[in-house]
Design a protein around this ligand. Sequence first.
Ligand code: CUA
Length: 323
Amino acid sequence: SIRASICMAVPAFAASGCTGVQSVFSDGGADAMQLSQLFYWMLGGAALLWVGMNGAFLYATRGKSRPLSRKGAGRLIGLGGIALPLVVLTPLLAYGLSVMPDQRAAGTGLRVTVTGESWWWRVEYWPKGATAPVVSANEIRLPVGQRTEIELVGREVIHALWIPALGGKMDIVPGRVNRMSLHPVRAGVWRGQCAEFCGLSHAMMALDVVAMEPGEFDNWLEAQAGGLGAGVTDAGFGLFQAQGCGGCHTLRGTGARGAVGPDLTHLGSRMTLGAGVLPMTPEAVADWLRAPQAFKPGVAMPAYDHMTPQDMQRLAVWLRGLE
Ligand code: CUA
């Protein structure tokens, strides 16, 4: 029945928030661990207050036969209304404030600029001393054991970057540069999500966050910094040019320098397509090119449904192969 389904769905939804790749109770990041600890202490404090307040309520309403004396009422207000909240809330406030500086600490080396777009993420890596960034999209990779500074930049509307398993969330506000920092403590893949309503496809604005061992991360970043080489003679690239994809997208090492959409130089190295909406397979790439609006309503990417199936297949396989 509907009622039974609802009864089962509620705990299922509640439980799904506690495990997996998008959970605030994860041990993936130093900040997330601090925050989940803080949460448990706050929960304990709230439970104490709940018990105390209910006790005070029962005491105050114990019936006409034993009305509360003036002295009793004073004691009730003094203990239940002043002493209990003070004793419980003051340490929690002090604890909460003590956690804040760590959450806002500056990064130590690498800096990553994340720009909120409609509805995807532009991601730029600035290693220490770099004069130009390594550009990517819809995926953030971070070295384990270091605090990386994340610069948040906006253009049109407010977004918010939230990777619950790694740390707190921060708004992306046009005209401002907000800063947060993340400190992954172990390698793994987590999910991030835009956490501020930003328009039609807000819900489809996700990203993967990959924490890698530092050596592995350096190798990956070096590979990402490279442009296209031999691939540009491929028939797939001919189609890319013929369809005018370079007007909006960049392929480093070629004449394609559009900056409206995501940089596609290493598209195939990302785990998902369209900011977390599709898997990175040739079939999904073709589906996306044919009808992006079907997966992300309102997105600026036009539909390329006029291409022959053979050309589409060739272009999709080639794009997926750009690792
Ligand atoms: Cu971007 Cu919601």
